[in-house]
Design a protein around this ligand. Structure first.
Ligand SMILES: [Zn+2]
Length: 267
């Protein structure tokens, strides 16, 4: 089985590389957002129906408001960069769920959930924009598709989502959830440093384009880091390299501040 998986891996690695918008990194992505959408729609619906949705509350409406502003910035960015086809794949949805876990995620294609547990850290709209930008960036860069490609090849040795569903639907669904950072009792997949750096960088640009001050980003991550050791936050356990994050954010800030100031000046 392992041998077969390796063979598939080699074949698909040769034929399925795509380029991450903004950073220009090439990635192994057997599963495009389009491939994953039917599964994503089912799993998102399932998540909403099995939880308590608070989207019509004041806090929930704030998540939707920030989400829409950030989504507009993402689409403008992708269009400017010539990624119109990626814009067509997006089908945004923003929801707030009652859950004390400190987490937020975005499934491929733009299906977003914030948990109430993260609100004490985001504090206001700009704080929400920090984590929203980071999560939308993971989705736009198809990080989940990249991780699923690696996991499904390793676990099942197949190279299409239909084959994976046919072979082991439960495991395939589980891998999707793990790939977008949704906690599971079984295990957690960690986002790699490479993915984190990419999501931080793209997230900063998106929030600046949406008119949110990117200088809030290191402050938000600082609040998260303070509680890291005490509580072992789920979000942080899937997001390694937390102490290094500050340095990197500070080095990325000037570019984002320039975009933010320009936008402010043009309004
Ligand atoms: Zn992340």
């Amino acid at each position: 089985m392992k041998k077969l998986a390796t063979l598939f891996f080699v074949v698909y690695a040769l034929s399925s590389c795509s380029i991450v918008p903004l950073t220009g990194r090439s990635q192994l992505a057997i599963f495009t957002t389009q491939d994953l959408m039917p599964l994503v729609k089912d799993e998102y619906k399932e998540t909403l129906s099995s939880g308590k949705v608070l989207t019509s509350t004041k806090e929930g409406k704030q998540i939707v408001k920030v989400g829409n502003r950030m989504a507009e910035a993402v689409e403008t960015y992708l269009t400017e960069q010539g990624y119109d086809s990626l814009v067509n794949e997006l089908d945004w949805e923003f929801n707030l769920l009652e859950d004390e876990e400190v987490n937020a995620w975005c499934m491929p294609g733009g299906k977003v959930a914030f948990y109430t547990g993260i609100l004490p850290y985001t504090k206001d709209e700009t704080g929400i924009a920090v984590i929203m930008g980071h999560e939308l960036a993971h989705a736009v860069a198809n990080h989940a598709g990249e991780r699923m490609s690696q996991e499904i090849l390793f676990e099942l040795g197949v190279g299409t989502i239909d084959l994976a569903m046919g072979q082991d639907p439960t495991l395939t669904q589980e891998i999707l959830l793990l790939s977008v950072g949704i906690a599971s009792d079984l295990k957690l997949l960690s986002f790699s440093r490479k993915h984190e750096l990419e999501a931080d960088r793209m997230g900063l640009i998106f929030m600046a384009m949406a008119g949110y001050d990117p200088r809030e980003a290191p402050l938000f991550w600082g609040r998260m880091a303070e509680d890291e050791e005490d509580d072992g936050l789920t979000f942080l356990s899937t997001h390694p390299g937390h102490t290094k994050r500050m340095e990197r954010l500070n080095s990325l800030l000037p570019e984002a501040i320039e975009i933010y100031e320009q936008r402010k000046g043009s309004n």
